[in-house]
Write a protein that binds this ligand. Sequence first.
Ligand SMILES: NC(=O)c1ccc[n+]([C@@H]2O[C@H](COP(=O)([O-])OP(=O)(O)OC[C@H]3O[C@@H](n4cnc5c(N)ncnc54)[C@H](OP(=O)(O)O)[C@@H]3O)[C@@H](O)[C@H]2O)c1
Length: 263
Amino acid sequence: MAAPIALIQGASRGLGLEFCRHVLKNKPLAGVIATCRDPDRAVELRGLADQHPGRVTVLGLDVDREEDIRRAAERVTESFGRLDLVVNSSAMLHPSGKGETSLKEVSAQDLISTLTTNTVGPLIMAKHFAPLLRKGGGGFGQQPVEKANRHSGIIVNITAKVGSISDNGLGGWYSYRMSKAALNMATKNLSIELGRHRPKVVCVSLHPGTVNTDLSRPYHRNVPKDKLFSTQHSVNCLMSIIDTLNVEKTGKAYSWDGTVLPW
Ligand SMILES: NC(=O)c1ccc[n+]([C@@H]2O[C@H](COP(=O)([O-])OP(=O)(O)OC[C@H]3O[C@@H](n4cnc5c(N)ncnc54)[C@H](OP(=O)(O)O)[C@@H]3O)[C@@H](O)[C@H]2O)c1
């Protein structure tokens, strides 16, 4: 089987950077394509690439710009011709860094910016990278014995528990909650369309828990210590889920502990 290739979108910091570290450490044969909007400023990512010569390709990609996504897909097509895993990790809580606490704080422009990055971007990623995932070798996840149920690739959209409509008991954070609820709908739609034909592509949403990153920093003091995960712990949990994905598990959202997160 050819060496698996993972593309991590939003790899400059936080969970995206940790996904790159994890794959490089734990999948010794795998190649990583790490995309971020400004590779020159992604110092840690470039350091990681230097530590693993020949295994990491860093590409500039602002997920708000379809042209960047299209160009990155062309580069991957030319250089690799296939993909086994795409993780859409990039997102923002809100352009201000803090979620809205009430309706009067909602602004049309901030809502549109949040939806553009968190929801539209991952769907446009799927549009341009699905053809490469269809040519993948199914190097991530579990392959059943029957050929008919094999998948060639996996799309992971990193969601958040606050995007669950049925779990919403508190309100607030309009932009972020709406962006992740809509992202989950994109996941479901993608799982249906990309699961229709052979080879199938699996698509899931994954919730990483509350993780010690810049995104959640303004709220860390409200989180009990044992509930604030390191990026390493969260990505270990998420990769254990990815390692057991198959076509029967497509089209759902899962929390870091493997339980199904209700829509
Ligand atoms: N941390 C948590 O507690 C938590 C909880 C639930 C869900 N999540 C989800 O986990 C995922 C990762 O978040 P994180 O905690 O790792 O956040 P983070 O540390 O703030 O990292 C956010 C990443 O998104 C990238 N990004 C933002 N806008 C972008 C754009 N337009 N184009 C390309 N990249 C862009 C950033 O790149 P730059 O370096 O260029 O800014 C950065 O790499 C997100 O989907 C988030 O919603 C996080």
